[in-house]
Design a protein around this ligand. Sequence first.
Ligand code: AMP
Ligand code: MN
Ligand code: MN
Ligand code: MN
Length: 285
Amino acid sequence: MPAPAVAVTNADLHCHSTVSDGLLTPSELVRRACANGVDLLALTDHDELGGLSEARAVAVQLGLRFVDGVEISVSWGDDATVHIVGLAIDPFDVALVAGLTQLRGGRDRRAMRIADELDKVGIHDAYQGALQFAGNPALMSRSHFARHIVAAGHAADVKTVFDYWLAKGKPGYVAHAWATLAQALAWIHGAGGVAVLAHPGRYPLSNKELRQLLVEFRDLGGDGIEVLSGSYNDNEVREIARYAREFGLLASRASDFHGPGESRIDLGRLPQLPDGLTPVWERFT
Ligand code: AMP
Ligand code: MN
Ligand code: MN
Ligand code: MN
């Protein structure tokens, strides 16, 4: 008989390295997760798989269970952007790799347009500035612009930069066509993975729109949602837990850690899942 699997007590299934918009390298991230007592970790860089082999190698050295992940940028509805996390994906799946390569291809042009818009409101040379903060030039993100704008002395912190310049409706925001929801789910499932709607409490959607997103996600075969996220308050956790039960979705535990000093919740420092939910990791442990 196979030995019973060791129970997971501190899963963290969403974080970012320097391969996307995190502040720590994949190795540093895995070491920090281990030191924080995480016993099941997924690295989920935005639209990128490039950090997974390094992260896995360090996780193996440390005896930490590791899950290959990705966070895919999706355009949904009229003009919303949502994120779909793929967990336990095959990082060598041809369609997934090709889809993400194409998705990343639009980022550099977008970054130039963001810089043009920022130039009009007095923030000059932002493309070169943001590039200095990007660990991966193929993955220029609004986070890199935000860090540059803070370093240049225009704002006290990254959150302020988003509030004034980079959030939707602000002067440096540039609309962009990401993947479709159907594409993201097809890539994840085609690569043998589990699809999780990231931080559903964070989208600027009405309740009606969020329910519509959940219906479409479930009808396309979506598997789970992040019931715990580094950005939620207690009320949001309760609300998202209700959605998980109502829509029959698995529950994920996900710090969305980007780096020390920038993220409110550190790796593995999340509460336990509320009762009556099935943890998403039962699908791959
Ligand atoms: P992008 O994929 O380039 O549009 O960048 C999105 C990233 O920006 C997210 O993954 C977050 O890391 C960051 N972000 C978005 N909104 C905010 C915010 N209000 N405060 C801080 N970071 C944010
Ligand atoms: Mn990010
Ligand atoms: Mn996200
Ligand atoms: Mn994220």
